[in-house]
Design a protein around this ligand. Structure first.
Ligand code: SF4
Ligand code: SF4
Length: 424
């Protein structure tokens, strides 16, 4: 039985994204989008009953109500949620936040998580990708977060920030916004959303001008490396998941856009039980092509901020140095042992400007602990060496300022402090 399934209730999206097959301005054309529709309530209810009675899904299954479309466009979204609640199933949502919907306590009682996708933090970035009014999106997100929390939703709310080449300087603004409205900030590299679109890019079966446009906006330089890194025994996680489109077709996986046609089609959900689905999935030849291009590996190893900093660290620079002496370089201590500090460490080693002397841990350290080969020390080491610089790093300038004031006020640190955040 599946414990987690993708069930697209809407095959329609109102955004203009160039790099998604559902986008109105998709570089892949309109073939996928033209076939999109909404599932009707009776069909959805019948599909849930069928999957439970045939033991296709577990009784506590999580139904992810999106894949290719915008679920908030579905006029009966709340009725769909009622059906899931009545069947004691869990669900997750993701939205581009163009439509503001509030849910009552009952409706969100089985919501596992909700994600707001974001292609940048300015009108310019929204004009390039989603095509919405940026101020309105910000207000919608704030309003929905407030409404969810006042309906006693305590689960995760995520801001999925898609990193493009043109929006790097906006990452810290988005991180600050997430902090202000108290939601998780989850940045990751934007990718080409659609199996065929991605395949055509990797095999250079696209027009050269399309490849050029993609390469100027989307980070693709690491893809060759990832293809080479794919372990030969890698097992695609989609074999453990179920993907259903809004017409109740079972798809090989959530990457199967409509132009994949029969190659991506497992069959009619209502004509299959769990074993039929598993058996048919094992026969699908499209997986051979997919694995040979490492699309399975790349697709399931999203590049989050830490890997991104490691891959593209040379793009970043110091934005603030709080000393009168503008002289850069010399001995530094890195403050923090978190993932961001870890990733940033790499870029500081590479630029050879600084000599990293050690790592400072916010709490007291009693025994010998090492972080990337450097001794983790108590804050007192700085008091004894006031000329040693301290590096503080975060994606959010708000967090940087908080740490800065804490070091100055709480710990009475007088050392020069280098503030490091993303700056292109
Ligand atoms: S990426 Fe998301 S918001 Fe953009 S067109 Fe695709 S489904 Fe819609
Ligand atoms: S191997 Fe590729 S086509 Fe097959 S299920 Fe995984 S991602 Fe989908």
């Amino acid at each position: 039985m599946y414990k987690r399934i993708y069930f697209d209730i809407s095959g329609v999206c109102n955004a203009h994204c160039r790099y998604c097959v559902s986008g109105k301005d998709s570089i892949s054309g309109s073939e996928h989008r033209k076939q999109g529709k909404f599932i009707d309530i009776e069909t959805f209810s019948g599909a849930i009953t069928h999957m439970l009675s045939k033991k296709i899904i577990a009784p506590d299954c999580e139904v992810i109500l999106y894949s290719w479309g915008e679920p908030f466009l579905h006029k009966d979204l709340k009725m769909i949620i009622d059906i899931l609640n009545r069947n004691e199933l869990f669900y997750s949502l993701s939205t581009n936040a163009s439509i503001c919907i509030s849910f009552n306590e009952e409706q969100i009682s089985r919501l596992k998580n909700i994600t707001f996708s974001m292609p940048g933090f300015s009108q310019d970035s929204y004009d390039r990708i989603h095509g919405f009014k940026f101020d309105r999106i910000k207000n919608n997100i704030s309003d929905m977060v407030l409404s969810l929390r006042s309906s006693r939703y305590t689960g995760p709310i995520n801001l999925a920030y898609h990193i493009y080449k043109f929006n790097l300087h906006e990452i810290s603004l988005a991180a600050n916004f997430a902090k202000e409205v108290c939601i998780n900030f989850v940045p990751s590299l934007a990718y080409l959303n659609g199996y065929n679109m991605f395949r055509h890019f990797l095999t250079k079966a696209m027009k050269p001008n399309q490849i050029e446009v993609i390469s100027t906006e989307v980070f693709t330089e690491h893809l060759g490396k990832m293809q080479r890194q794919r372990p030969t025994d890698y097992i695609c996680p989609q074999f453990e998941r179920l993907s259903i489109d809004e017409s109740c077709n079972v798809l090989m996986c959530c990457g199967m856009e409509k132009t994949c046609g029969d190659r991506g089609l497992v069959g009619d959900l209502f004509k299959m039980d769990f074993n039929d689905i598993q058996e048919r999935k094992r026969e699908m030849t499209i997986c051979d092509e997919c694995t040979s291009l490492a699309i399975d590996y790349i697709g399931h190893n999203a590049i989050g901020i830490v890997d991104f900093l490691r891959l593209y660290g040379e793009l970043f620079s110091i934005v603030d140095y709080d000393s009168n002496e503008k002289q850069m370089g010399g001995d530094i201590y890195v403050y923090g042992t978190g993932e961001t500090a870890d990733a940033l460490f790499g870029s500081f080693f590479n630029n050879k400007l600084f000599n990293v002397n050690g790592v400072i841990h916010g709490q007291s350290v009693e025994k010998n602990i090492f972080f990337r080969g450097h001794k983790v020390e108590n804050i007192d080491v700085l008091k004894n060496n006031p000329s040693q610089k301290v590096l503080i790093a975060s994606l959010s300038s708000k967090s940087i300022d908080e740490i800065y004031h804490m070091l100055r006020r709480e710990f009475k640190i007088t050392n020069p402090i280098i503030k490091f955040e993303i700056n292109i």
